[in-house]
Design a protein around this ligand. Structure first.
Ligand code: MOS
Length: 734
């Protein structure tokens, strides 16, 4: 079962509209609708707020501002992870970023709420905001920690000496823009009060974080907050934590003692969720004429909101990618009065590899060396900074297999030398690496008397295929057909997981399911072996085989349903889990990563510089593949995201107001079907025995890592123009 391209088990529910998203839980009763009023300044203070006209509007039940909002718990920095901290809203008259909520209007219909929102009158004194990254770059400070708990700076050997004495030197700056996670389902929440308790239907990636965060904001016992999130329409990091719509819905529902729901508009998502920080990255590579790196430095400056510090792990992958004796990485923050930086798919790794893998291409051209060969020559034998072995590193195989399948030998060796009609044609490539994370996850598997298995965990399926891969692992573990497995996800009354994020969700929850199934097997064998009515009574179960709903020992066999019916008529349960990587010696003793190689072909119009992706191939090594179809979907989705980062995506701040000016999909460009021709992802067979018992590692974010650089390097190969300021738009190439 494991690895098969099983169709999504939740597919029929989704395409027939029976999959229920946060805004759609009509069983909660007739809800009221909340609409958020956002600040129209980027920095300053509310001097007057008048809600009278809004309150007089038909249908309006409540207008909440900082003047009447209940007191809430503060963000508590002693809580290790941001997403578990309180997220208070409407706390005072100060405005910290453009669009910040200043009021919530609750009415009987969405239209009434929205119309009344326009009638809330707010006056401000406008402060001097810091909105321009370029102007603040000298004001940088060192973050306390880099995302995922990584060190801010690393240093190995003597970088300056190594770099200064290198025969070939690359020293360039690369810039990447603000980017947003834009899930198809907007951030939305429906809160139903039940006595003193709250049932919170919320679109989130981590149920445990949502429960803790809401409870600490409302200053109530987490037990009184029940989270329900069976379906989530995409997250990409933006739903790791909960946001103002959720807190506002909860505050209003408590105040009114009625269900209240609040969803963000697409424009509000560009204001209230946070974004990938803007970055300026200096990459220095020193190498000998043989192409061997002697020195690597990756120094990153990015924006942060001053109140909610966030540093992407932009230079983190540089620490493990290539061998070189002298090394340096650093992360610095420039405070801006903009929304907080936050995790956006492949946080740090995506912009970081865009820069470093562009620089590697520049080095290859300086040396006159094939970029694939350059990477192979710098393959390390151990993790060069942590000085521990790699668990299951197959980067070179990915590079070679990708080059072969793509036809890399056809690459124009000289930039701007190949034309196809009006198109200049170029090839580019990039390596990919991403760390694999493990977190605490618990799963319960129950075998019912009718022989079906129920898998329960608060893990979410954010569209990635959790329901499907868990079905496969449980079916495999218990020897059941997949249609005898039922998965229950996304509720706080189920065993606690680390949720979906960081590409850890599938590996964590599948490992936990596998372990629960193994424990359940033991219990079944004990029950059957000790039961005189069982054909397995007294047999040595060491070679028991579970298949097709039966367990066989030697020539004897019995249906699981019969064992359960006779011995545990109420059902038989077992739990399985994974632990935090910091407590798992494998994650200390090995450098556990996933790998890949990207290849891209572009055409660039010789006159207009219009850039067209012509084809793209990624070859990856991720350990065990849990489902060939969902894995491929994750990887090509990531590659397309990378292509968008190289060529299109960019949120632009108006440096006068601090507002993002392109707050919709008409102006914030992401790839559409016409932008993406032939994209394929191939996964090498593998098994990482250090990662977990299934040998499986994360997939979701690997596809992005390096993907954009392969496109950027193809643009250089096509045109001879090197653009270091992403995205590569026409005017930068002309
Ligand atoms: Mo991911 S950016 O950790 O959801």
């Amino acid at each position: 079962m494991i690895g098969q391209a099983l169709n999504r088990v939740d597919g029929p529910a989704k395409v027939t509209g029976r999959a229920t998203y946060a805004y759609e839980h009509w069983e909660a009763g007739q809800p009221l609708y909340g609409f958020i009023v956002g600040a129209t300044i980027g920095k300053g203070r509310i001097t007057r707020i008048d809600t009278e006209n809004a309150e007089r509007t038909p249908g309006v039940h409540l207008v909440m501002t900082y003047l009447n909002a209940p007191e809430q718990g503060p963000r508590d920095e002693s809580v290790s992870f941001e997403y578990w901290r309180a997220q208070p809203v409407l706390t005072g008259p100060d405005i910290h970023y453009h669009g910040e909520p200043v009021a919530l209007v609750v009415a009987a219909t969405l239209e009434q709420a929205r119309a009344a929102a326009d009638l809330v009158e707010v006056e401000y004194t406008v402060g001097r905001g810091r909105f321009d990254f370029a102007e603040q770059e000298d004001e940088v400070y060192i973050p306390k920690v880099v995302n995922a708990g990584l060190p801010t700076d690393t240093s190995v050997g003597d970088f300056d000496a190594g770099f200064d004495s290198a025969e070939i030197r690359i020293d360039e700056y690369y810039t990447t823009p603000y980017e947003f996670s834009m899930p198809m389902e907007p951030h939305a929440c429906l809160v139903e009060p039940r006595g003193e308790d709250l049932v919170v239907y919320v679109s989130c990636q981590i149920v445990d974080a949502a429960q803790t965060s809401i409870a600490s904001t409302l200053q109530i016992d987490p037990e009184r907050v029940q989270i329900v999130a069976p379906f989530v329409g995409g997250g990409f990091g933006s739903k790791l934590g909960i946001h103002s719509e959720t807190i506002l819905a909860a505050l209003a529902a408590r105040a009114l003692r009625q269900p209240v729901k609040v969803a963000l508009t697409r424009q509000q998502i560009f204001q209230l969720i946070g974004m990938r920080p803007i970055s300026n990255q200096r990459v220095r590579l020193g190498a000998g004429r043989d192409g061997r790196l002697t020195a690597i430095a990756h120094d990153v400056t990015m924006h942060t909101n001053p109140d909610v510090e966030y540093a992407e792990q932009t230079a983190a992958t540089t620490r493990s990618l290539y061998a070189a004796p002298h090394r340096l990485t650093s992360h610095r923050l420039a405070p801006l009065d903009l929304p907080r930086g936050t995790d956006v798919r492949a946080p740090g790794e995506a912009p970081g590899m865009l820069a470093v893998e562009s620089a590697m291409d520049e080095l290859a051209y300086s040396l006159g060396l094939d970029p694939v060969e350059l990477r192979i020559r710098n393959e390390p034998t151990v993790d060069p900074e942590r000085e521990v072995p790699y668990s299951d590193r197959h980067l070179v195989e990915c590079l070679r297999e990708g080059a072969r399948r793509f036809g890399w030998e056809e690459r124009p060796a000289t930039p701007a030398s190949v034309r196809d009609g009006r198109w200049l044609v170029g090839y580019g490539m990039s390596a990919a690496i991403r760390g694999h994370f493990q977190g605490p996850t618990a799963v319960r598997v129950r075998l019912e008397a009718d022989g079906t298995a129920v898998v329960q965990t608060d893990m979410t399926d954010i569209g990635t295929g959790t329901y499907t891969v868990l079905t496969q692992v449980a079916a495999d573990g218990l020897g059941l057909p997949p249609d005898r497995v039922r998965i229950e996800l996304g509720r706080s009354d189920l065993p606690t997981s680390w949720g979906s994020g960081g590409s850890w969700g599938a590996a964590n929850s599948c490992t936990a399911v596998h372990r629960a199934c193994m424990a359940l097997r033991e219990k079944l064998l004990v029950a059957a072996g000790g039961d005189t009515r069982s054909p397995l009574h007294g047999l040595d179960a060491a070679d028991a085989v579970f298949s097709d709903g039966n367990v066989g020992v030697g020539g004897a066999s019995e249906a699981l349903s019969e064992i359960v019916t006779r011995n545990h008529p109420a059902g038989l349960e077992a739990e399985g889990g994974t632990r935090f990587m910091g407590d798992d010696p494998n994650y200390t003793n090995y450098s556990i990563n996933t790998y890949g190689a990207h290849f891209a072909e572009v055409g660039v119009d010789a006159d207009t510089a219009e850039i067209r992706l012509r084809r793209m191939l990624g070859v990856f090594s991720v350990g065990t593949v849990l489902n060939a179809k969902t894995t491929r979907s994750q990887l090509i989705g990531g590659m397309i995201w990378g292509a968008g980062a190289a060529l299109e995506e960019e949120a632009v701040v108006d440096a006068r107001s601090g507002a993002f000016v392109n707050r919709d999909f008409a102006q914030y460009l992401v790839p559409v079907h016409a932008d993406i021709p032939d994209v394929d992802a191939v996964v090498l067979d593998g098994f990482d025995d250090k990662a977990n018992v299934l040998g499986a590692k994360g997939v979701g974010e690997l596809g992005i890592c390096g993907a954009g650089a392969s496109v950027a390097n193809a643009v250089f190969n096509a045109t001879g123009v090197r653009v270091r300021d992403f995205p590569i738009t026409i005017e930068k190439v002309l």
